[in-house]
Each structure stands twice: as structure tokens, then as C-alpha cells.
Design a protein around this ligand. Sequence first.
Ligand code: UGA
Length: 443
Amino acid sequence: MNICIIGTGYVGLVTGACFADLGNRVFCVDSDRKKIDSLKRGVVPIYEPGLEEMVRGNMKKGRLSFSTNIKESVKKSTIIFICVGTPSAESGEPDLTALEAVAREIAKSMNSYKLIVEKSTVPVETGEWVKRTIDTLFASGAKKREGGFDVASNPEFLREGSAIKDFKHPDRIVIGTGSEKAKKILLELYKPLKAPIVVTDIKSAEIIKHASNSFLSMKISFINAISVVCDKTGADIKKVARGMGMDKRIGTSFLEAGIGFGGSCFPKDLDAFIHIADRLGYNFSLLREVKKINSEQKNVLIHKISQLVWNIAGKTIGVFGLSFKPDTDDIRNSPPIDIIRMLFARGAKIRAYDPKAAQKSRDTLARLCPGKKKEIVYCKDAYDAAKGCDCLVVLTDWNEFKELDFAKLKKLLKNPAIVDGRNIYDPEMMKKMGFTYIGIGRR
Ligand code: UGA
């Protein structure tokens, strides 16, 4: 099938590359010329395992191409996936102006039947607005109706760091549409994945996405709240989470206590869902609390650091990890970046190491904290980051932090103290090796 992908961010790029890999002809469009120029050369601007190879391979086979020309790309395609950003405004309300502009552009470029699919995470009723926007354009006579169109919602459930795997082996695919024709086309498109498919109306599909991300965020805040109770009582959060998760109704995943969730999805989608509920006249106070607990978790970590170093002012803190999760260089809403800013505010010096996110962090922190450039050193590896530190803090659970030479690490530290914000080390082992160790919810 011929597919047009509008927006080449994480979602658009992964979706486009994976559809091409399934044998479709995919035309990816973005208004950012620099990004498109780089993609045309086979250079992917983000780090996502396997993505660059997949993009290059499919470009070579002539199944994947990039351009800034939305008109031509829409004309050549039957299915148009809208993957543009829906950032949060100050109020938490999602900004849908880019999406509306794209809907108009698509309408103006229609030369035959088109199936327009929302892939971006959008508020419930956005599908109706897209349809109405295009219909209005036709009704006004500004554009001749050619071939008709349908709108569908097909939310993505891709996790950064494992996006390709998630695309190819999804737990489920959600297709929201009121049209039999659109349903048939999308069922055919996804047939090779042999995954369970849920077909709904558009509004239900839109809510499935926001409700799923909100529920997962709630699970994380729940386990973080339990970790505070464990800290106060001497129970072990790892054991509590395991004991809870073995109940199939609860499940073991997303019960890792830590420094709180971040990234470009959960915080934004929570804000959006709270805002949507407000607009509909419902105060979703449960989600407000999820947000509050998530934000407080950073204070929990700062408190643990001060338990080990006393005054943070003047101390050197070694930071392991800057990205919001492992296997990505993404630092959008990254808890480690917030924690570094909190440490700066308390007068600490930082030695930081991240396998992939150092450059992005350097640029972002220089912009956010221009007076603190000299207070942070970006190190070449974990050992370098440990040199002369009063305390080490693990902020991202990259695999390489799990397999270090701890005797060497201990010698490099000024004070052998570790705050493990991701619970990646065994407290007993750390104690045996002579570290003063504090995890999350594991006294
Ligand atoms: C999330 C969802 O998991 C995807 O299903 C969804 O498609 C995506 O958002 C999106 O809406 O586009 P992502 O943000 O890439 O994916 O990352 P997650 O693996 O969900 O992690 C989010 C945050 O939660 C990270 O900061 C992670 O460290 C934290 N987390 C996750 C925990 O603190 N504890 C856990 O048990 C799990």
C-alpha cells in the first residue's frame, strides 16, 4: 500500500520505517528541511536501537523516502498517518494547531479517496474536528471533493528504546473508525503483524490511548508512594512489588519504584487528560495526585543524597544517567535533568555520564542554567564520573551501570556512598563491598 506519514518525530519515523519494512511504499513528510535533508542521507536524528539500519535498508530498496512536499506525498498515497506533535500549552491543554494545519493541507491535496489516520496522541473528539475541518473546506467550495475520505484513530503504544519491537510485536492494535472501508484497509495493512486487533469507534480509540498512558503513570506513582511507606518501615519495595505483581490482575510490569516518570509522553498525556476531563466537567483528582506524587519523588531522592553527604552545598555528586530512561538519548521531561537543576540550586558540583544523552543534556542545561556551566563536567565513562565524588547517584538504569568494577569505583570516590534512584544494585552486596548505599524503598 502507498502510505504518507506526516511528521517525522519518534512516532512518525518508527511507524514509517516499520510500515516500509513490511513491504509498503512509504512517503515521510516533515516541514523541518534540515531534518529531511539529514534523513535523505540516511542519518537518523534520534537514537533508537535498530532504527537507522531499518531506515537505510528500506531507502535502498526504494520503499521509504523523505520530503518536505506534503501535497505530492498525499497525492501518491491512500493512507495518510498524522504523526505531528501535540505539545502541552501552559495550561496543560494540548496544542492542536499543527494538527489542524495538516488536516487542511491534506484536504487541499486530495486527488482520490484518502484514509486519514490519527497516530498522534490527541484529545477525544479530535477525529470529529479533523472530519469537520475537511468537510467545511469542501462545503465552502475552496476545494473540489475528489474520491471522498474517511477518518480513523490508530493510537501508537511504542516505547522509546524498544519502539521497533513494540511495533512488530504489539500487545494489541487499536483501530477506531465508523467506516467499513477504512476498517478493511487498516485490517489489511496490519495483517502481517498477526496481532490482536480491537476495533472501536473513533472516540473510544482516542480515549484508550490517554487512559492507557494515565493508567501506567498511576501504576508508577502508586509503587513510588508504596516505596515511601517501605522506607519508613524497613520493608523492601522490590519484594513488595514482586508479591503484588504475581497477582495476574495486577501484573509485574510498571511497578519499578524510582525517581518518577518522565519523557515526552506520560507527563504531557497526564496533563492533557486532566484538562480534557475538566473541559467535560469532571475533576479527575486521581490523576492530579499521580502528578503530585511523581513530582515529590525527586525531593525524596534529594533528601536521600543529603542523608549521605549532610550539606549538599560544595559537594561533588557523580550522576549516572541523563536520559529519561535507558536506550534513548531523549531528555525531554527527564527526571535526571530536573534533579541536576535541584542539586545546582543547593550548591552542588556535578560529574555526569550518560552513554547517549550527554550532548543533548549539555545544550539543554547550558540553556536552562547558564550560570552553572563550570559546575558540571560531562565524563567519558562511569569511572570518570566517580572521580573524587562525595556521592554517586544512579538516575537512569542503563545496563552498563549494572556491570561495573565496584572495587575500582570505590577507590575513585572520595566517599563510597551511593544513592540508587533506580534500585539496580543489591543492597547486601553494596554493603559487603564497603559502600554506604541507599535505594528507593529499601532501607
Ligand atoms: C510510553 C508508553 O509506555 C508507550 O506505550 C506509549 O506509546 C508512549 O509512552 C507514548 O505515548 O508515545 P515511553 O515514554 O517511551 O512510552 O517510556 P516508558 O517505558 O513507558 O517509560 C516512561 C517513564 O516511566 C520513564 O521515565 C521510566 O523510567 C518510568 N518508569 C517506567 C518507572 O519509573 N517505573 C516503571 O516501572 C516503568
